[in-house]
Design a protein around this ligand. Sequence first.
Ligand code: 13P
Ligand code: SF4
Length: 311
Amino acid sequence: MAMDYIEEIRRLKRDRGAVILAHYYQESEIQDLADFVGDSLQLARVAKGTDAEVIAFCGVHFMAETAKILNPSKRVVLPDLEAGCSLSESCPPDAFAAYKRLHPDHVVISYINTSAAIKAMSDVICTSSNAKTIVDRLPKERPILFAPDRNLGAYLVKVTGREMLLWQGTCIVHEIFSEKKLVQLKEQHPGSRVLAHPECEESILRHADYVGSTTGILKYAEKSADREFIVVTEPGIIHQMERACPGKVFIPAPPDNTCACNICPHMKKNTLEKLYLCLRDLSPEILMDEALRLQALRPIERMFELTDAGA
Ligand code: 13P
Ligand code: SF4
């Protein structure tokens, strides 16, 4: 008889004293099993504060690694260790160290979508939901080097008015939305609102009614009096949008190829079966060198300080 993964995961979660955290881009069935579903910043906060013995992180590697950096006494497991991120991969530590050496007077802001090695070389981390706040709160006289997402960086230059040196990384999911197809879709749905993630290119963001993090996009749709939305990010978020907004219509924006929507191949590496196995075996586990962890922790703590400073 086929195994009932959902029942088995629930049982193992209890036996292991585990908490399941999931990003909005995970498969719907994983989101439905999770104790908490959120964006990168929310997931980092929950991972930092949990007293569960095991954190089963249904997301990509940098997210699980951030959880370990923040809460090192917990066992952090990731269903598939190969669940990476194109932005993180676009910023190799050696090349970044050399680039940083060329600009010693710059304050380094790194997006949370980076490896621990890049975080360890950074002054402060940001996510898509607090990036503008962080930039606004840095001393005006300090020049900024921003890595690795050139689209989020360009968006920040526009909304903060601050010049920045930008590392030229991109997200494979967000950089291939088609402007032409988006404009056509808007014409077909005249009353719709376009909600976009800041990892998209400027040619896409210029058509957006709202630009923000995954949580920002979800909240905008919840509060809006409008009924129809074109969603320009990974379509996994639509599961929570439909749950939160019965009766509203969410249309995934098409990429510049023959597919109907942009799936993140890294996020989708996690499956129910792999989640079951990682809770059963407590493997694959995120393990870190303690010196590196402490170096990477410093700019993440600075992120929380700057984010919460006005709260
Ligand atoms: P959020 O923090 O907005 O959820 O973004 C994470 C991410 O990887 C977007 O591609
Ligand atoms: Fe990385 Fe892009 Fe996937 Fe987000 S959507 S995890 S930035 S590859």
